[in-house]
Design a protein around this ligand. Structure first.
Ligand SMILES: CC(C)(COP(=O)(O)OP(=O)(O)OC[C@H]1O[C@@H](n2cnc3c(N)ncnc32)[C@H](O)[C@@H]1OP(=O)(O)O)[C@@H](O)C(=O)NCCC(=O)NCCS
Length: 436
C-alpha cells in the first residue's frame, strides 16, 4: 500500500512522530499506527474498536451516514432484486458475479456437499431436546472440525475453497437438524434436485410421511433474507472469526466461534427482542398504546428502548430494513395475513418515531431487525431459530473474510494491547500469615 499523506502526532511535550495515511477506494482514510509502540512506547486506547480498522478488506462497504451497503461494490438493493443467495455467495467469495456457466457449476458443487457425516448426525443425541438451537449450532459446527482437520491445509487455496463449499452447503442441513431434533421429528435428508433455499425449507418443514411443496413466494423471501444477512464487514462475529483464524485455527472451529458471538442479544439476538417488544405492546392494547410506548422509549429512566431502532454504524435508514419491510408485506400476503396486527403496529411505531424530534435528532432509524422477526414468524420459523437462520446466512461472509485474511501477506496473529490499571508488583504473603 502506498501512503497518500501523513499525520503528525505530538506527545511527551514536544516530541513528534509522522505516521503514514492510507486511502481506501471509498470511505475514511486510516492512520497507520503500527510503528507507534516501537517509536513512542505508547499504545492507542480504543475499547470496542470505535475508530480502529483491524484489517484492509475488499469484500463489503458500509456508509452508515448515507445508508449504503455494498457487497464487492454492488448495492444490496440490486443484489436482493436481481440475484439469488448462491449468486451472492459466489460474489462474496470470488469478487465477481458469476457467468451463467460459473453459476451452474457453483450451484452443482454446493449441492454435492449438503449431506453431513452420519456420525455428526449422531452428535445431536448428546444434547437435551430442549437445548437452545444456537447452543446446538455452536457444538455441531465446532464438531465439523473433527471431521475435516487432518486433510486440511489452510495455506492451500484449494483446501480453503472446499472448506467454503462444505460450510455453505452443510449449514442449512445442520440448522434444520437442530430444529427437527428440538421438535422430536426425524431428520430430513437434503434433496439435491431442489435449490438451496427450497431444500432448506423442505428439511425444516417437511416430514418423511408427506411430500413437501415449496411455496415459491416464501422461498424467495427467505432467500432474500439470506442475501441481506450474508455479510456486514468487520462486525463483532466477523472480527471474532478473523481473530480465531489469525492463529491458524481450523476454519470450522473459527466459524463456530463466530456463531457463539452472533448468539448474543446485542448482535444476532436483536430481531428476537424487536418481535418480543411488538408482541408485548400488542398484548397491552396494540395501536392505542403506541404513543405511550414511544414516550417510555424516550425516557432514559424507563429502561425501555425502541428495539429494532438505532445502529452503531447506520445513522440513516438501514438499507436492509427497507427491503425487509417489502419482503414482510409479500410474505404476509402469501400466507393470507395482510392484516397482521404486528405489521400495523410496527408501521405505526416507525411513522411516529421517524417524525419525533428525539429519534430524528439522534439519527435513530429502523434497522434490519425491526421487520425481520415479523417476516420470519410468518414464514413459520420459531423465535428461537431466528439467530440460527442468521448464522446460516452469515457463514459465507465469515468464510470469505477468513479466506481474505489467510491470503493476506500482511496478516499477523491478532493480539490487542491493554491499558493496565490493576495492582502493581507485590509479594505473596503465605496463607497462614494473612489476616481475616
Ligand atoms: C444498536 C444500538 C446499540 C446502537 O448504539 P450506539 O450507536 O452505541 O448508540 P447509543 O446507544 O450511544 O445511542 C445514542 C442515543 O440514542 C438513544 N437510543 C439509541 N437507540 C435507541 C432506541 N432504540 N430507543 C431509544 N433510544 C435510543 C440513546 O439512549 C442515546 O441517547 P443520548 O444521546 O440522549 O444518551 C442502539 O441503538 C440500541 O440499543 N438499539 C436497540 C437495539 C437494536 O435494535 N439492536 C439491533 C442492532 S442491529
Amino acid at each position: 500500500m502506498e501512503a497518500k499523506g501523513k499525520a503528525t502526532l505530538s506527545y511527551d511535550d514536544g516530541k513528534t512522530l509522522e505516521l503514514p495515511v492510507y486511502g481506501g477506494t471509498i470511505g475514511p482514510d486510516v492512520i497507520d499506527i503500527r510503528t507507534l509502540y516501537g517509536k513512542t512506547g505508547k499504545f492507542t486506547y480504543d475499547p470496542g474498536f470505535l475508530a480502529t480498522a483491524s484489517c484492509s478488506s475488499k469484500i463489503t462497504y458500509i456508509d452508515g451516514d448515507a445508508g449504503v451497503l455494498l457487497y464487492r461494490g454492488y448495492p444490496i438493493e440490486q443484489l436482493a432484486t436481481h440475484c439469488d443467495f448462491l449468486e451472492v455467495c459466489y460474489l462474496l467469495l470470488n469478487g465477481e458475479l458469476p457467468s451463467p456457466e460459473e453459476k451452474k457449476t457453483f450451484d452443482w458443487t454446493v449441492t454435492r456437499h449438503t449431506m453431513v457425516h452420519e456420525q455428526l448426525a449422531r452428535l445431536y443425541q448428546g444434547f437435551r431436546r430442549d437445548s437452545h438451537p444456537m447452543a446446538v449450532m455452536v457444538g455441531v459446527v465446532g464438531a465439523l472440525s473433527a471431521f475435516y482437520h487432518d486433510s486440511l491445509d489452510i495455506n492451500n487455496p484449494d483446501h480453503r475453497q472446499i472448506s467454503a463449499f462444505r460450510l455453505i452447503a452443510k449449514l442449512p442441513t445442520i440448522v434444520a437438524m437442530a430444529y427437527k431434533y428440538n421438535m422430536g421429528q426425524p431428520f430430513m435428508y437434503p434433496k439435491n434436485s431442489l435449490g438451496y433455499t427450497d431444500n432448506f425449507m423442505r428439511m425444516m418443514f417437511g416430514v418423511p410421511a408427506e411430500e413437501y411443496e415449496v411455496n415459491p413466494v416464501l422461498s424467495r423471501a427467505l432467500d432474500r433474507i439470506l442475501i441481506l444477512h450474508a455479510d456486514h464487514e468487520q462486525n463483532a462475529s466477523t472480527s471474532t472469526v478473523r481473530l480465531a483464524g489469525s492463529s491458524g485455527a481450523n476454519p470450522f472451529a473459527c466459524i463456530a466461534s463466530g456463531i457463539a458471538c452472533l448468539w448474543g442479544p446485542a448482535h444476532g439476538g436483536a430481531n428476537e427482542a424487536a418481535l418480543q417488544m411488538l408482541m408485548d405492546i400488542q398484548k397491552d392494547g396494540g395501536l392505542e398504546k403506541v404513543g405511550e410506548f414511544i414516550k417510555k422509549a424516550k425516557d432514559k429512566n424507563s429502561g425501555v428502548k425502541l428495539m429494532g431502532f438505532g445502529h452503531r454504524v447506520y445513522k440513516n435508514y438501514d438499507p436492509r430494513a427497507k427491503l425487509m419491510q417489502e419482503t414482510t408485506r409479500e410474505v404476509l400476503a402469501a400466507v393470507g395475513a395482510e392484516n397482521d396486527p404486528l405489521l400495523k403496529l410496527a408501521m405505526a411505531l416507525e411513522k411516529i418515531a421517524l417524525e419525533d424530534e428525539y429519534f430524528v435528532s439522534r439519527k435513530l432509524y429502523p434497522n434490519v431487525d425491526f421487520y425481520s422477526g415479523i417476516v420470519q414468524r410468518a414464514l413459520g420459523i420459531p423465535v428461537s431459530m431466528f439467530t440460527c437462520i442468521f448464522s446460516m446466512a452469515r457463514t459465507v461472509g465469515w468464510i470469505a473474510q477468513w479466506n481474505e485474511m489467510i491470503s493476506d501477506p500482511e496478516q499477523k496473529i491478532g493480539r490487542p494491547r491493554q491499558l493496565y490499571q490493576g495492582a502493581t508488583k507485590r509479594d505473596v504473603v503465605p496463607i497462614a500469615k494473612r489476616g481475616k
